[in-house]
Ligand binder design. Structure first.
Ligand code: MLT
Length: 270
């Protein structure tokens, strides 16, 4: 791991391997270790870059609100900090996908392709945004355990929970090790994120959309529709997985990413 300076802080970043850069962006309220099965496999053939977003893991914590655009600006800073100057394949899960829309909007020349896992393009409904404000308040008042209590029951499929208590424990520990201030800032940032549905038809990089079959947060049918709105996007449904498909069924997710990367090698960058 290395600490990379970005405007107003430093981010903890795993950067390993050589080849086409592959930037993994974690979901809420997790950290970069959620991508461990992917980092291990793809660092054998790619330059893999996996930051802890601002407010998570070992990265600088910022009080108040951190917007999806600010996270995207941080990613831009990280790429500069690890000397990556060729376009990257950005793979974001859920909140990482919300950040990916902003990265596409602001930094399109730095994108080779997109992989969108268990995410959505729509903004929060007023009720969902109010729920985020409530969660931020509770976490600030009582600690990060409140985020684990709220999120953990929705993150993984019931089969995963039954079969892999160790995985459930490790996701819980990822959440509770985050600082309440960081969790609250991202929750407030998600509450005010813009609707990106109009952006979908403008996406002009190769795109892979991945969704766990039993995802309760961003259901597979919604993600399939989202994929249909992105020109040429491929959609892959992952069996035996919920919202954290890359952790719950890493073999299937890695296989899908690998096939996508091989197909990219055969396509000139646009
Ligand atoms: C995530 O996994 O990043 C969250 O489920 C995103 C959200 O709460 O919308």
């Amino acid at each position: 791991m290395q600490h990379v300076a970005v405007p107003n802080g430093t981010l903890n970043v795993y950067a390993q391997g050589k080849g086409t850069p592959l930037l993994f962006v974690h979901g809420f309220p997790l950290n970069n270790s959620m991508w461990q099965p992917q980092a291990e496999m793809f660092s054998k053939r790619n330059r893999v870059i996996v930051p802890d977003l601002r407010g998570f893991g070992e990265s600088t914590v910022t009080t108040g609100t951190v917007t999806m655009e600010e996270f995207a600006d941080d990613l831009h800073g990280v790429l500069h900090g690890v000397w990556v100057d060729t376009p990257v394949v950005l793979c974001g899960l859920s909140m990482g996908g919300y950040v990916a829309w902003q990265f596409f909007r602001k930094y399109r020349p730095q994108l080779r392709a997109l992989i969108l896992c268990d995410t959505r393009a729509t903004a929060d409904s007023p009720e969902a945004a109010a729920g985020r404000h409530k969660l931020a308040e509770t976490v600030l008042a009582t600690g990060s355990q409140a985020a684990s209590d709220a999120m953990l029951p929705k993150l993984m499929s019931s089969k995963t929970v039954e079969r892999w208590p160790d995985l459930v424990a490790s996701v819980r520990s990822m959440i509770v090790r985050n600082k309440p201030t960081g969790i609250a800032a991202a929750a407030l940032g998600m509450a005010e994120r813009p609707d990106c549905t109009d952006l979908l038809s403008q996406i002009d990089v190769p795109t892979l959309v991945i969704c766990g079959q039993d995802d309760q947060i961003t259901p597979s049918a919604d993600m399939q529709k989202m994929a249909e709105a992105i020109p040429g996007a491929q959609f892959v449904q992952i069996p035996n997985a919920g919202h954290l498909a890359p952790l719950e069924n890493p073999d299937a997710v890695n296989g899908a990413i690998n096939r996508f990367l091989i197909s990219l090698d055969a396509r000139p960058a646009s």
